[in-house]
Ligand binder design. Structure first.
Ligand code: AHR
Length: 502
């Protein structure tokens, strides 16, 4: 099968915000405890943080990390996580029916984030709590000193404010499962008043209001319209979430799901435009896609186990083991974000360690990369710069999700500073090789090409503790032909490629 892709220097989508490659850590399962934090682990620092995990996070180069939830945040008292550890209370976490020791709180997470080379994106609790707890938390985190909360932070060992810019106003407040779930009007009012209070403290904060938990929610997309109607002038981003499933083991349908993601983004973009016009506003609101990933491998059995257990601390929970098929899916999701990067400025893979995560750990043992780590790392490293508006010509297939799904899913990024053009390409055809002709117009003469391939003959292939490199990227030689402004690359069936041209 043939495909033709043309990139033109004058046809771009816009500058990619590096926070498109963000991540998320929730107090959930083993994400924090025995994930990033495990005192006594051979690689642990004196503060209990695992250096082996920090190293893998640093290699991922994730610019922001959302914390502390997730559903967890909607019944969380941030004050439980400050002060001497021995005096911190153990609480019941209503979201996941577990116990929370509070050994890790904002100070520990901030230290970890600095070591891991990522910035904090913090969420406030607008479920069981409200404006007052939110403003106190922001004051504790961001005020230099001379006030009750900032002086308490200083007393607790941190003199300098952390100066966190990006704040989420609650989590998935449209979901009936959420502690303190609200109607769109109730939530919109609370979010707006909270945003006003936070802006009274610091007008430069970037605030994220909750959109829909997924596009099958009965309230979608009216939720977005009502919430934006209430909050438009006070907020910067509306958050969207989506998880990808393949319960039926139908690869073609599974790999068509990013078409649904694309529609979801486009629809919410339309709602933003509608409210902006209705309000005669000059303000631009963008999308923070702050939870996305594949999540289905362990989902049903986790739901059963949770019902039965007796409030364990840091149990195995949501530990999906990803396969090669999920690499293709994650590649297509990231491509969608790049193509929609004019609207989607922030995106966070959910989550980062152990819980539906690219990084896994064994308590007392090693840490390794899941299969999906690799497309994320490649996009995070090489998907920075200007997103290109590609012209793509290839055959499509029909699916239940979308009438026409191109076999080649591709995005392109130009890093003007380094002079590289990078294409991320997924061949969604299961049997046929694809000969891809890449033409680049007005970028100058091509001198070099690199082709990185992730391919496995078994869609179910996984990376495990004992076989951590089963699925990983490889440099390919010999498949590329090169002319002045054109290269030809052959990509195998069901494969992920990164093609770089200089
Ligand atoms: O990431 C797991 C959970 O998924 C989060 O806690 C919640 O926000 C979403 O439903």
């Amino acid at each position: 099968m043939d495909a033709r892709v043309t990139a033109h220097a004058h046809y771009s989508i816009g500058e990619i915000d590096k926070r498109l490659y963000g991540s998320f850590l929730e107090h959930l399962g083993r994400a924090v405890y025995t994930g990033i934090y495990e005192p006594g682990h051979p690689s642990a620092h004196p503060n209990g943080m695992r250096q082996d995990v920090i190293e893998l996070v640093r290699q991922l180069d994730t610019p922001i990390c959302r914390y502390p939830g997730g559903n967890f945040v909607s019944a969380y008292n941030w004050e439980d996580g400050i002060g001497p550890k021995a005096e911190r209370p153990t609480r019941l976490d209503l979201a996941w029916r577990t116990s929370e020791s509070n050994e890790v709180g904002i100070h520990e997470f901030a230290e970890w984030a600095e070591a891991a080379g990522t910035e904090m994106m913090l969420a406030v609790n607008l479920g069981s709590r409200g404006l007052d707890a939110a403003r106190n938390f922001v004051e504790y985190v961001n005020h230099p000193g001379g006030s009750y909360w900032s002086d308490l932070r200083r007393k607790n060992g941190r003199a300098e404010p952390w100066d966190v810019k990006l704040w989420c106003l609650g989590n998935e407040m449209d979901g009936p499962w959420q502690v303190g779930h609200k109607s769109a009007a109730e939530y919109g009012h609370l979010a707006n008043e909270t945003a006003k209070a936070l802006r009274a403290f610091d007008d430069k904060l970037e605030l994220v209001v909750c959109g829909s938990s997924h596009s099958e929610m009965p309230t979608y997309p009216q939720w977005e319209a009502t919430v934006l109607e209430e909050t438009y002038e006070q907020i910067d981003y509306i958050s969207l979430h989506m998880y990808f499933e393949n319960y039926e083991k139908k690869t073609a349908e599974y790999l068509a799901l990013p078409q649904k993601l694309d529609r979801y983004i486009g629809t919410v973009g339309g709602v933003i435009d509608f409210i902006k016009a209705k309000k005669r506003s000059k303000r631009d609101v963008k999308i923070s896609f702050d939870e996305w990933n594949v999540w289905y491998h362990e989902r049903k059995s986790d739901a059963r186990r949770m019902k039965e257990w007796d409030w364990p601390h840091a149990p195995v929970l949501l530990e999906d083991i990803y396969n090669f098929e999920d690499v293709l899916q994650v590649g297509c999701i990231l491509n969608t974000f790049i193509r929609r990067s004019d609207l989607v400025r922030i995106a966070c893979i959910a989550q980062l360690v152990n819980v539906i995560a690219p990084i896994m750990t064994e308590p007392g043992g090693g840490a390794w990369r899941q299969t999906i780590y690799h497309p994320l790392q490649l996009a995070s490293h090489y998907g920075r710069g200007t997103a290109l508006n590609l012209d793509v010509d290839c055959q499509s297939y029909t699916s239940d999700i979308a009438g026409s799904v191109p076999y080649l899913d591709v995005s392109g990024v130009h890093d003007a500073e380094a002079g590289w053009l990078t294409f991320f390409a997924v061949n969604r055809h299961g049997q046929e090789h694809m000969d891809v002709e890449l033409s680049v117009e007005r970028f100058g003469t091509i001198k070099a090409i690199e082709h990185t391939l992730i391919k496995h003959d078994d869609l179910e292939a996984r990376n495990t503790k004992d076989n951590p490199e089963n699925v990983k990227p490889q440099q390919v030689g010999g498949t590329a032909s090169l002319e002045q402004n054109r290269v030809g690359v052959t990509v195998p069936p069901y494969s992920y490629s990164m093609i770089r041209i200089k």
